[in-house]
Structures are given as C-alpha cells and as structure tokens.
Design a protein around this ligand. Structure first.
Ligand SMILES: [Zn+2]
Length: 412
C-alpha cells in the first residue's frame, strides 16, 4: 500500500514538476528487514558460508555482545562468515552482518573482530543504508515505477545498490564512533577500533584496500586514527603503550615494563602492545587483579596468554628466540612478568581508590561545614527576627497601655 502511495507521489511530482518532500521514515521496519533478508540471500548464494561451526559461533558470539549494547533492539542481529578471501565486512539493513573469511585471517583476534563488528553494528543501529535510500527517493521511486512496484524488487534493488556503492564519509565516521563506544560498553579492548583502523590503513598502503562496510568512502587514515585517539582519551587507560624508534613497543605502568619487538604477520609490535595494554585495562575494570588468573594455553609453535576469559596476548616461537626455548616457555615467563604487573596495578588502583575516597570525604566534610554555616546564619536571622518582633510587640503593648491610661485619666 505504502509502495503504491509512494509511486503516486512520484507520478504527481513528475506531472507537476515539483521536488518530492524529504523522505525520512518512508521505509518501514518490515521493508528494511525484507531488504536485508533478500540482500543476505543473494550474498550467501554468491559466496557461500564458511564451513566451520566453531568459527561461525565465535563471530556470532562477539557480534551479539556488541548488538546488545548498540541501542537498537527492535531487530534481531545475526553474524556470519562468508567463504571468500577478501578482507571485508558488510552490514545488510535489518541486522544481518557478514565478515569475509579473508578478514578473519587478517584480523584473527577477538579484539580486532570486535572492532570490525562494532563498526558494522553502528551502520545498522544508525540505519545508514535505509537513510541513504530514503535520501535518494527520486531514483528509488523511479526504480519502483520501472519495475511496476512488483514484489518489492525496487526497494531491494535499491538496497543492494546503496550497499555496494558504499557509505558517505559522515556515515563512516558515525559508524566508527558507534563502533568505539559499542566495543567499550560490551567490555572489549578499547583499542579495538584503533587497531582495526590502523590495519586497514596498512592494507590500503599495500594496495589491498577493503571496501563496502569497512572503508568504502575515500580513506582518511590519519584523520580516522586521530578521531579514535580522541575517544580513547576519555578513558584513563593503563598500562600505557610507548612506541620506540626502533619499532619496539613498550607496555608500561610506573617502573614495570613489557617489551614487544616482533611483528607477527600483519600484526605490528605496536598493535600487539595495544592488545595487551587494552586487555589488561579491561581486566582491572573487574576489580583487583588476581595473579592466579593468568593462564597459558600452549599450542606448540604459539601460546595464548589469558587472564580469566580475557585474551591478553599470543606469543610465538619468534618472540621466544634468544630468550626462551619455545613459545610455551616464553609465555610462562610472560605470565610471571604479568603477575608482577598485578601487584603494581593493584597498588596503583588502591592508591587511586584511596585518593578518590579521601577526596569524597573532603567533599562531604566541606558540604557539611557549608550546611552548618547556612544553618547558623538562618538561626541568627531567626533570632534577629524574633527580637524585632518582640520589640515591636513591646512597643505596641506600651502604646496600648499609655492609651488606656490616657483614656482612664480622661474618664476620671
Ligand atoms: Zn563502514
């Protein structure tokens, strides 16, 4: 029905040579979901899903955590992996989100995937594709009229066209911002978006360049990283990451330092340091660090280091070279250092907490003093008022007495 009305508006506008009014809100939720479903169907037919249940489940699990905090809960989100080696991701209207297998190879950690999926969820939550179609309602309506408005083909065609044409720069910035806050709110590493943006920049520099959902409008890598760093400043993230001229990245808190010198594949030492520092920050948000919660999962050539369920760092044989016999032994040495960090972190957090407590006590004391002062002032004013009242009463009584005496005299 709405479609017919739209077509009529279009025809009338053409007949009378007027521009149709702004079309925001013209696409209903049902239409958005239908557009998304059809687009998803076409994508899955073209690429096929990646046949790895554990991988599909992992991507969906990360995505659902982000969807839960994105602020748009009227739709159901799903996250799937397409079997294609392109480094890319794509958000259909209505909440079906895809990452390509190539992206997971390029950004293997939970942190990086959270950065990518947070950005894509941002596009859906802010309805970027829907709004972009609505803005181009002239063309959309022409399509609908051209297809005779049959079976919603016009809108779906427009959705796919808009999706592959990419987002505006404003929408990309919006999705970065949404993505950043989604990742932090969902409890992921706050550096997720920064690492993702940097790695995409590296890829573009190598001539790879992702498109569609991730980086569709002309990349502005420096501006993009600067913006994300601005968001990061809101959070007091410790340990810090210091980048040295020799390419070594140092994770640092007070006198405690942890150096990362090796790049692993496309993951520079710098990004590995962000992963470690941001994950440690996430860990301490849960309360005092328990040194027993550092665990190593040794896989032979590499070993994962976790704090409870938080992935901190993966170390490889090349990290161990010249230091430990292998990745597993090196990971064990790392956890020893991380336990030392735990006491530094707990001490600093306690100081901070104590300082905050002392400040709060001081503030309360000052407030109490102010209140007492105000009460004393009020009491003084009240006493003054009563005294004035008493005097006035006395005066009136005296006057009355004198008058009575006068009248008594007169009568006598
Ligand atoms: Zn995007």
């Amino acid at each position: 029905m709405k479609r017919i009305l739209l077509a009529m508006v279009f025809v009338l506008c053409v007949v009378f040579g007027i521009t149709p009014p702004t079309q925001a809100g013209m696409i209903s939720l049902e239409q958005e979901i239908e557009m998304g479903r059809e687009t998803a169907h076409a994508l899955e037919a073209q690429y096929g899903l990646y046949q790895d249940d554990a991988m599909q489940a992992r991507v969906n699990r990360i995505g659902q955590r982000l969807a839960a905090v994105c602020g748009r809960d009227e739709i159901e989100y799903s996250f799937k992996v397409l079997n294609h080696n392109e480094v890319n991701a794509l958000a259909c209207p209505g909440g079906i989100i895809y990452v390509f297998k190539g992206l997971i190879d390029y950004m293997p950690s939970d942190t990086e995937l959270a950065g990518v999926l947070g950005h894509e969820v941002g596009h859906v939550a802010k309805k970027h594709t829907v709004h972009s179609i609505e803005k181009q309602m002239w063309t959309t309506l022409a399509l609908i009229v051209a297809t005779g408005g049959r079976g919603g083909m016009g809108l779906i065609g427009a959705a796919q066209q808009a999706l592959f044409a990419g987002y505006s720069r404003t929408d990309e910035r919006g999705a970065d911002k949404e993505g950043f806050y989604n990742t932090v709110k969902a409890g992921f590493n706050p550096y997720a978006m920064l690492i993702t943006a940097n790695k995409l920049e590296d890829l573009a520099a190598e001539g790879g360049g992702a498109s569609y959902g991730l980086f569709s409008s002309h990349p502005e890598p420096e501006e993009r990283a600067k913006r994300i760093k601005k968001y990061l400043k809101e959070y007091d993230i410790h340990p810090d990451v210091v980048l040295n001229e020799n390419g070594v990245a140092t994770v640092k808190e007070g006198d405690w330092t942890f150096n990362i010198s090796q790049s692993i594949g496309s993951t520079k030492a710098e990004y590995r340091a962000y992963m470690l520092a941001g994950s440690l920050w996430v860990a301490r948000q849960r309360g005092a660090i328990n040194p027993d919660y550092f665990v190593v999962y040794d896989n032979g050539n590499y070993a994962h280091i976790y704090y409870d369920d938080i992935q901190l760092l993966t170390v490889y044989n090349q990290d161990a070279a010249g230091i430990s016999p292998n990745a597993g032994a090196y990971a064990a040495a790392c956890t020893k250092m991380l336990r030392e960090w735990a006491s530094v972190a707990n001490y600093n957090d306690k100081l901070k907490k104590d300082k905050a407590f002392a400040e709060e006590q001081k503030r309360l004391a000052e407030e109490q003093k102010k209140l007492e002062k105000e009460q004393a002032k009020k009491a003084k004013e009240e006493a003054k008022r009563l005294e004035k009242e008493r005097k006035a009463k006395e005066k009136a009584e005296k006057k009355a007495r004198e008058k009575a005496e006068k009248e008594a005299k007169k009568a006598a």
